[in-house]
Design a protein around this ligand. Structure first.
Ligand code: AMP
Ligand code: MG
Length: 414
């Protein structure tokens, strides 16, 4: 049994980042990963402009200004945002200027409105500004040709704003990974089928499809595969033709009908991992196939138990999908420190994950253990949870009010 951290490192080493790119329109780029660095086509700001509502002046004219000795300047014009100044500011002159407006030639400093007094066509300056005060200089945020953003960055609201400002209307992004999902088991039926004694609904298909989508990948749902070697072989071959990540659940244990590892070997795959020291989720198969379309397809055989399937997906498949998606950094799961409200118990032999709810409080994060049994077959108390508390190997009990490591598995931590 491989320790969890070693399994994670091994999996990440097996996954290569994407090599292809595609172009998407700016308004379809949300959630995608930037595939190339974006050089700035322009200086930011595009021209010297004002950071304040006030007056554009020559510093030399106002350096001795004070409330007792105000300096009077003659107004040339008002420069609204979106229009070029029409006149230069000469000695003894000032232009009325608004936030974001272009600085007129001749002026080098902005005096904010609050330290002036308007008298008809004159303005009195009541305080000496620093030289260049409140001037945003052309190119001071970014120069034309410099990189605005690096490849591998996820595109969210701020990144869309930068791309829009740079007039990048077609965005180079990595293709989303295609992930085939198959459920193995003779006992499985679809949710709209009547349940015969001994049958259960294939819930993993829905959960895994959702998690694949949340990870930014494209789920290719392959449905239920019976526990027959021939059927499993055919399903894996079909999956390989469509996807370079395959996720199955069930059939990786040591039971009489657990054929996945055997079929993978027959199909020429290399088995890298067969079990990991985690609970839930000990049986976990990770295999790769010889390269096709330039990448080695990777196969994750997750345990069938609904909680085990989800926990192993969050812990081991999500990092692989992040790397395969082209994210430059942040593949590994994040862990935060939280105070547990309840005592946590574990067997001590395997790294144990207990599901519950992470909340942020003014004093930091707190973890509320889901009530009811922490049994890998009990998916009912998973609903409403957003995090997994980690009990390390060698620890059998953690007292309430202790600080622990928690892995958030949903973005929604309230
Ligand atoms: P297995 O790993 O195939 O031995 O399955 C372990 C347990 O998980 C069994 O009780 C299965 O009935 C259950 N199980 C397997 N696949 C699924 C699935 N797709 N949805 C819900 N439960 C499943
Ligand atoms: Mg099974």
């Amino acid at each position: 049994m491989l320790p969890a951290a070693e399994a994670e490192a091994k999996i990440l080493a097996l996954v290569s980042p994407p090599t292809e790119t595609e172009q998407v329109p700016l308004d379809a780029a949300l959630g995608r990963i930037l595939a190339q660095a974006i050089p700035s086509p322009l200086d930011f700001p595009h021209w010297d402009n004002s950071a304040m509502d006030g007056y554009a002046v020559r510093h030399a004219d106002v350096q001795g200004a004070s409330a007792e000795n105000p300096v009077a300047l003659a107004l040339t014009e008002t420069i609204p945002a979106g229009r070029s100044p029409t006149q230069s500011v000469g000695p003894g002159q000032a232009a009325r200027i608004l936030t974001g407006s272009m600085l007129p030639t001749g002026a080098d400093t902005i005096v904010m409105q609050e330290v002036t007094q308007r008298e008809g066509e004159q303005v009195l300056v009541l305080e000496a500004p620093e030289p260049q005060q409140f001037v945003r200089h052309r190119g001071s945020f970014c120069r034309a040709g410099d990189s605005l953003m690096q490849a591998g960055l996820p595109i969210g609201g701020p990144e869309l704003a930068v791309l829009a400002s740079a007039q990048c209307v077609q965005v180079p992004v990595f293709p989303r990974p295609q992930v085939a999902i198959l459920s193995t088991g003779d006992e499985l039926v679809m949710p709209d089928e009547p349940l015969q004694p001994g049958q259960i609904v294939d819930s993993n298909q829905y959960a895994l499809t959702a998690l694949v989508r949340q990870a930014g990948a494209i789920p290719v749902t392959m449905g239920i595969v019976p526990d027959q070697p021939q059927a499993l072989r055919a399903a894996i071959q079909t999956a390989l033709a469509q996807a370079d990540v395959i996720v199955s659940s069930g059939g990786v244990s040591v039971g009489d009908y657990d054929y996945v590892d055997k079929i993978l070997a027959e199909l020429g795959a290399t088995l890298h991992i067969r079990s990991v020291a985690v609970k839930p989720g000990k049986p976990l198969t990770v295999a790769t196939f010889p390269a096709q379309r330039g990448v080695e397809p990777i196969y994750f055989g997750l345990p069938g138990n609904p909680v085990s399937a989800l926990v192993t997906f969050w812990r081991f498949v999500v990092p692989a999908l992040r790397k395969r998606s082209g994210l430059a950094t942040g593949w590994e799961p994040g862990f935060v420190q939280a105070v547990t409200r309840q005592a946590l118990k574990a067997g001590g032999q395997r790294e144990t994950y207990l599901w519950g709810r992470l909340t942020s409080t003014p004093n930091g994060y707190e973890f509320e253990l889901a009530s009811g049994g922490h049994n890998s077959g009990n998916l009912i108390n998973l609903a409403g949870t957003n995090a997994l508390a980690v009990v390390p190997v060698g620890t059998t009990r953690i007292n309430a009010h202790t600080t622990i490591q928690v892995m958030p598995v949903s973005m929604l931590v309230s």
